[in-house]
Write a protein that binds this ligand. Structure first.
Ligand SMILES: Cc1ncc(COP(=O)(O)O)c(C=O)c1O
Length: 448
């Protein structure tokens, strides 16, 4: 079969597609696997109970012969391309209740998961731009094409951004400052901070070759939460250079609120805030929510129309009542956040026990569902470490894939870290960390 250039771009094997296959195979395998590799959220019984009740109520309250009953409306009609209007209204009410953003329905669009939103947004703001200027007679001058990229102010970043551009990759990333910090009074932790001096001196920024700035907060893979000061600084730079600031809030507040540091969420008309229902425990319903200026919402709705006709209404149907009565926020505050906080405490204890006298550094756990471990001067790359752990039935993700926009061949740190999920049950976490400890201790011991 001959595929177009567009097709080739998507089907070529990448390192990450191989890893994702490994994760998929592990789930199918009959051998026990300590799955610390994927991005699935934990299955929290109290939360699933509420989803199930809502799901059942949706069916019970509906009548097959009544076209206006809620389940029939959701299943049997397309929404408009912007997304389910009642859910959007519920979100407008919710956000205006909890924040002073003064939103209207024109500020919100739905997508089929936030991954779908990033595909749209990165192609809207990254890639070839024609610079259509008018001459003194009001005639369009011959346009010049400018290639713009998405600026990731703090590498490492979410692996899922890497291949979403329809032609090539358009990222410019800034390497982090690495600060050693304490966590709950303990040593052995570090925190990435934005290197604003490097960022402000980027030729691409000064020369108009940046189309948008984007960061995940909390960050997948590290569990970092950029501080309010860092966010305000990024917002100021974005405004100064007349580009939007895209905030990937998949793990952030007010839902799922997997965030333990002191942080606040702000929005203005130059900010594109992306939410997801996935990490509250509904990745299967594929629902992303974009809050942005109406011009961006109109563009996303137009892309929805072409790519999807309309976004799925199933997530909207489940989440609408939970948004209307604030239950989504209560679940996040009372069940989801404490669950991951407990997992983080357990993971720190197990890691410290397993590798107490070894050069393990843990990124300060501030949120999200992952730990980011740095094995300084490890004698092998973490891609090789990943293979050794896989042989022993433990899956993690090596760090080199989390650096879109960075030349990882010339950045050793990008080969010294791993991401491990803390969403697994206690036994899996205990067994998986025991294997990591055993393999890593042996590597450092042999190198002495
Ligand atoms: C930081 C981040 N952004 C976006 C996504 C995409 O999530 P979804 O498409 O399920 O909403 C993920 C999924 O793991 C993520 O970790």
């Amino acid at each position: 079969m001959k595929f177009s250039k567009f097709g080739q771009k998507f089907i070529q094997p990448t390192g990450i597609s191989q890893l994702m296959d490994d994760l998929g195979d592990a789930l199918k395998s009959d051998q026990p696997v300590n799955m610390l590799g994927g991005g699935n959220p934990a299955k929290i019984a109290a939360v699933n109970e509420v989803f199930l009740q809502t799901y059942q109520a949706l069916g019970n309250d509906s009548n097959a012969s009544d076209p206006d009953s809620s389940a029939i409306i959701s299943m049997a009609n397309y929404s408009n391309p912007q997304g389910d209007a009642e859910f959007i209204d519920a979100l407008v009410g919710f956000f205006n209740r909890h924040y002073d953003w003064n939103l209207s329905a024109e500020n919100i669009a739905l997508t089929n998961g936030s991954q779908n939103a990033f595909f749209f947004l990165f192609n809207l703001f990254g890639g070839a731009f024609s610079d259509n200027k008018l001459d003194e007679h009001g005639q369009e001058k011959k346009s010049q094409s400018v290639d713009k990229s998405i600026l990731l102010p703090l590498a490492p970043e979410y692996i899922g951004y890497s291949d979403v551009h329809i032609d090539g990759q358009h990222f410019t990333a800034v390497l982090p400052h690495i600060d050693e910090v304490t966590h709950d009074g303990e040593e052995g932790f570090f925190k990435y901070r934005v290197d604003f001096e490097a960022l402000e001196n980027l030729p691409a920024l000064k020369e108009g070759r940046i189309g948008a700035i984007c960061c995940s907060r909390p960050t997948n893979p590290t569990g970092n939460v950029l501080t309010d000061d860092e966010m305000a600084h990024l917002a100021e730079i974005a405004r100064r250079y007349d580009v939007p600031l895209i905030i990937d809030n998949a793990y952030g507040m007010p839902f799922p609120n997997i965030i333990y540091s002191d942080a606040h969420l702000t929005w203005d008309d130059n900010t594109i805030l992306c939410f997801s229902l996935s990490k509250i425990g509904l990745p299967g319903v594929r629902t992303g929510i974009i809050v942005a200026d109406p011009e961006v919402i109109a563009a996303v709705s137009a892309m929805n129309a072409v790519v999807n006709l309309a976004p799925t209404r199933f997530g909207a149907a489940i989440a609408k009542p939970l948004v209307q009565n604030d239950r989504i926020k209560q679940l996040s505050d009372n069940d989801i956040k404490p669950f991951y906080q407990q997992q983080a405490t357990l993971a720190v204890r197990l890691l410290k026990e397993a590798l107490s006298d070894y050069p393990l550094m843990i990124h300060k756990p501030e949120g999200a569902i992952f730990f980011w471990l740095w094995f300084k001067d490890l004698p092998i790359t973490t891609l090789e470490l990943y293979e050794r752990l896989k042989e022993k039935g433990t899956l993690v993700v090596p760090s080199q894939f989390f650096f879109p926009g960075v030349d990882v061949d010339n950045y050793r740190h990008a080969h010294e870290c791993i991401r491990m999920s803390i969403a697994a049950d206690e036994q899996t976490l205990t067994d998986g960390i025991a294997v990591i400890g055993e393999v890593v201790r042996e590597l450092y011991d042999k190198a002495k």
